[in-house]
Design a protein around this ligand. Structure first.
Ligand code: SF4
Length: 189
């Protein structure tokens, strides 16, 4: 298997891992399921209530193959990638892709402090049949109704990401953006 590579450096993808362990999920809609937890090192925040400060530093640098092998050894269908803030490490996305491709039911525990627009657009396009910027920002995420200004600010990035997902060109992207801006203007009063 060819290892995933960081596109900016062509180096093999790898992650600093605090711990990998097997337990019963105690949160979310999968409460009670046997789950493998992959805890990545590091977090840019310092919440006063944090119960995992030990994951702020240390850990072991591991290849994705090594992490996948460790996860497989537990024989569980559920995997939770947590931290720290897992998205603070660029190669976390590559790990999530590997886990999904391998058929695991994957959860990501994130603080929400880092941008997940790309993941939201990909999910909306691939799993929720979003075919327009309005689909993503109004019908799927409800962003337009929650905060029209923020939705408007996100629209150019969403249009670009959706165009890439749907393999559309610049003319389609510009038209989508214009149509959404026209729609959003009605919610700014
Ligand atoms: S975001 Fe999570 S891991 Fe980071 S400091 Fe806050 S509680 Fe701790």
């Amino acid at each position: 298997m060819t290892p995933e590579a960081d596109s900016s450096t062509s180096r093999p993808a790898r992650l600093r891992v605090s711990e990998i362990f097997h337990s019963i999920q105690g949160e979310s809609h999968t409460t009670g399921e046997r789950t493998v937890f992959v805890r990545l090192t590091g977090c840019p925040l310092r919440c006063s209530w944090c119960d995992t400060a030990y994951a702020f530093s240390g850990g072991e640098l591991r290849s994705l193959d090594s992490i996948m092998d460790a996860v497989a050894a537990f024989g569980s269908r559920h995997v939770c990638v947590t931290g720290g803030e897992p998205l603070a490490q660029a190669d976390c996305r590559a790990l999530l892709g590997r886990l999904c491709d391998a058929g695991y039911l994957v959860q990501l525990e994130t603080s929400g402090a880092l941008d997940i627009t790309g993941a939201q657009v990909a999910w909306a396009a691939r799993c929720e049949m979003a075919r327009a910027v309005e689909d993503v920002l109004a019908r799927r995420t409800r962003a337009l109704f929650l905060d029209a200004r923020a939705a408007l600010a996100a629209a150019p990035a969403v249009a670009g990401l959706l165009a890439a997902e749907l393999r559309r060109g610049p003319a389609w992207t510009e038209r989508q953006l214009r149509e959404f801006q026209s729609l959003a203007a009605r919610y700014l009063a």
